[in-house]
Design a protein around this ligand. Structure first.
Ligand SMILES: [Zn+2]
Length: 108
């Protein structure tokens, strides 16, 4: 994993790399949590609460992965950065903070 880079001028290439990095990160996190959850399920000494907590985190991670994949699909279709509610551009600043958002600030 690379550390944060200065903002390059090739915005599209950067966006694609950023979305892919995010997707890969989310995928790795899901894989990691799936292993952890399997281990918890197989361990009789683990209390149910811990299993539930890990399952919740795993579900969140899966949600993040789905969002990252949706962003990549939108980018491929040329729709990335457009609000799904009003169709207006979401804006670079908001996308920078929330790369997977599908709505602009007004519609959020
Ligand atoms: Zn909107």
């Amino acid at each position: 994993m690379t550390t944060s880079q200065p903002v390059p001028t090739a915005a599209d290439a950067d966006l694609h790399a950023r979305l892919e990095a995010e997707r890969d990160q989310a995928r790795a996190r899901v894989a990691e949590l799936e292993v952890e959850y399997e281990q918890l399920l197989g361990n009789r000494d683990v209390i149910q609460e811990d299993r539930d907590t890990t399952r919740r985190i795993l579900e969140e991670a899966r949600g993040a992965l789905a969002a990252a994949e949706r962003s990549l699909a939108q980018e491929a279709a040329g729709d990335y950065g457009r609000c799904s509610e009003c169709g207006q551009p979401i804006g670079d600043e908001r996308l920078e903070a929330l790369p997977d958002t599908t709505t602009c600030r007004d519609c959020a």
